[in-house]
Design a protein around this ligand. Sequence first.
Ligand code: DX5
Ligand code: ZN
Length: 219
Amino acid sequence: MDNMKHKIAPSLLAADFLHLHREIEMVNKSEADWLHMDIMDGVFVPNISFGFPILNAVRPVLKKPMDVHLMVVEPQKFIREVAGAGAYLMNVHYEASTHLQRTIAAIKETGMKAGVTLNPHTPVCLLEDIIHDVDMVLLMSVNPGFGGQEFIGHSVEKTARLKDMITRKGLNTLIEVDGGVNRETAGRLLRAGADVLVAGNFVFRSPEPLQTIKDLKAL
Ligand code: DX5
Ligand code: ZN
């Protein structure tokens, strides 16, 4: 049942931070399924966004599950902080995790769902021996670190290949795609098998974010 309709996760990175409360109320009122939250460390990616104080500040007013994307080295060090902030799902990068199986197990032990994230250059075949342990795979369709970048077209074919692997193994792992999502790229990703679409600038910088979310849900 959960897989029947695709989910939309607006990315807080593109929100107006001076009026964060107002932005959260918009998300609450919208048809969005989750709120995507990007944590960066300036090491794994060439940018710094926000950290746990923002997650903790948002949690009491947010009525949607938090989908947290860690773009940091050694993400396993922060499992307790992410769980403590009330996150629903924690995504760690494949490229940042030497002992990924252990990290995934530790995330699940807290009660959170666990996601593994792939940079654009990391092939889905590397998931062969971990996919059965994760709840979701997050495919980056831009190089992580910044919002508003151009969608990498190859991500559509990559999504289809991942969908194929999941089907072949009889799993129900979700596929989330993040970066450069707009109405056009969203349609292509959904047809390729994506279950969750992250959208930052396309939602928050649109004249009518509520309607934009509604349009993405209706695809
Ligand atoms: C990029 C982040 C994304 C970002 C997407 O590093 O992981 O979640 O907010 O932004 P848009 O949708 O504007 O490409
Ligand atoms: Zn993200």
